[in-house]
Design a protein around this ligand. Structure first.
Ligand SMILES: Nc1ncnc2c1ncn2[C@@H]1O[C@H](COP(=O)(O)OP(=O)(O)O)[C@@H](O)[C@H]1O
Ligand SMILES: [Mg+2]
Length: 392
């Protein structure tokens, strides 16, 4: 009984650890200040402005912008229009989405929406803060959409600030020189570098404190974990994922105190290529729920598609979203989804092709159904999902 209580306390702590919400963002003070002064300057000087935010996934770009949405400078002055471009079906639907968020009733055709938005920008209106997250997804052959949107601030009296957030450095390399030569208004640049070792350690300690379980995680174990993840890619989501797994592992122990060996064990497990077959059943580390659902989504698609047909990240993402809706689980956005896929990839379960992963990247399943069964908490999940062809 006592153990059950402890478990549920643990469950809450673990979900806190993963919770997107956070009241402070250690290591991002400088970037948040830059964003704030950029917006303040626009309000004070009435000058057209745009900004291009870049940085690899998991460096706090999205969460930093969201943290400003509740600040005085934004709530008092701006009408916020936030679009996660990874969530829209195709690039040109972005106009429809923006028109919808600006409450411009009427058309659902993208061309008409664009005209309506531009008309709105020429009329009298409250300042618009347009944030296009994951603009990588708006990238098209000739980049027309991005050029058009980044031109909006230059329309006389348009009173709009455009902030684009890009995840892939590759896009930045290609796009930025073109943007600079094509449009009259140079976007300001803001970079989010990968988190350093000490920043990651700070973030983890802060989260553990908030979750009320900092006692069990000694400082040297946090340092080790942070150092390893920083040398790997500085993506805080990996750091939080490993932290969570270490805690789960320690939870199985009686004294519940983490030692360096626990951190090493999880890191070796995550970053080695050994497959589940090397482990015996008891030691097989189970997948977190959302990752389980991703793998199930993939198996479902495989069970109904032709062998020769490649499966894309976008396809798995669509099925995954449906499964989440069906189970009342809040689905993650595309970039979170891609991070989850790479976490699954580190276990050797799947392989994602290409360097810059996006909707069109191909996913290959490396394990068979029986091997997957071993890493599921609840084997019934897979059976239920495989039997539900409506999810396709
Ligand atoms: N400095 C930080 N402190 C605490 N949590 C953070 C910090 N930076 C990012 N996170 C958390 O990590 C996750 C990924 O951050 P996110 O802003 O989505 O990254 P990006 O948009 O750069 O891919 C989110 O859950 C966020 O709450
Ligand atoms: Mg993001």
């Amino acid at each position: 009984m006592a153990r059950d209580n402890q478990k549920s306390h643990f469950g809450t702590a673990l979900s806190n650890l993963h919770n997107g919400y956070t009241d402070s963002l250690p290591g991002r003070e400088e970037q948040i200040e830059r964003l704030r002064s950029f917006l303040t300057k626009h309000i004070d000087d009435h000058v057209p402005a745009s900004m291009y935010v870049s940085g690899p996934p998991g460096t706090g770009k999205t969460v930093s912008l969201h943290s400003l949405f509740n600040s005085d400078v934004v709530t008092k002055n701006f009408n916020i229009v936030y679009v996660n471009c990874g969530m829209i079906k195709s690039a040109n639907r972005v106009y429809i989405k923006i028109a919808e968020l600006l409450k411009l009733a009427g058309s659902t055709a993208q061309r008409e929406c664009k005209v309506a938005i531009e008309k709105y920008l020429k009329s009298k209106h409250k300042s618009v803060l347009l944030v296009l997250d994951e603009i990588d997804q708006l990238s098209t052959k000739n980049q027309t959409i991005l050029y058009q949107i980044f031109e909006w601030p230059t329309i006389t009296n348009s009173n709009i600030v455009v902030i684009g957030i890009a995840n892939s450095l590759d896009l930045t390399d290609r796009l930025l020189p073109m943007l600079k030569s094509k449009i009259s208004l140079q976007p300001e640049l803001l970079n989010f570098p990968p988190y350093t070792k000490s920043e990651l350690a700070n973030i983890i300690s802060h989260r553990l404190e908030k979750s009320g379980i900092s006692d069990m995680f000694p400082a040297n174990a946090i340092q080790l974990l942070a150092a390893k993840i920083a040398s790997f890619r500085g993506d805080v989501r990996y750091a939080l994922d490993v932290t969570r797994r270490v805690i789960e592992l320690a939870d199985e122990k009686i004294e519940k105190k983490i030692v360096l060996g626990d951190v090493m064990a999880v890191l070796n497990n995550v970053y080695s290529t050994s497959s589940a077959l090397d482990n015996n059943d008891e030691n097989t580390e189970k997948l977190p729920l959302q990752q389980e659902l991703v793998v199930c989504a993939l198996l479902l698609i495989l069970s109904s598609s032709k062998k020769s047909q490649p499966i894309t990240v976008g396809r798995v993402f669509d099925v995954f979203k449906k499964i989440c809706t069906r189970r009342n689980i809040q689905a993650r956005d595309l970039s979170d989804f891609i991070t989850m896929c790479s976490l699954i990839e580190t276990r050797g379960i799947i392989k994602i092709q290409g360097q810059n992963v996006n909707r069109l990247s191909k996913v290959i399943m490396l394990w068979d159904k029986n091997e997957v069964d071993d890493v599921l908490h609840d084997k019934q999940i897979l059976v239920d999902i495989l039997n539900d062809k409506n999810l396709l």
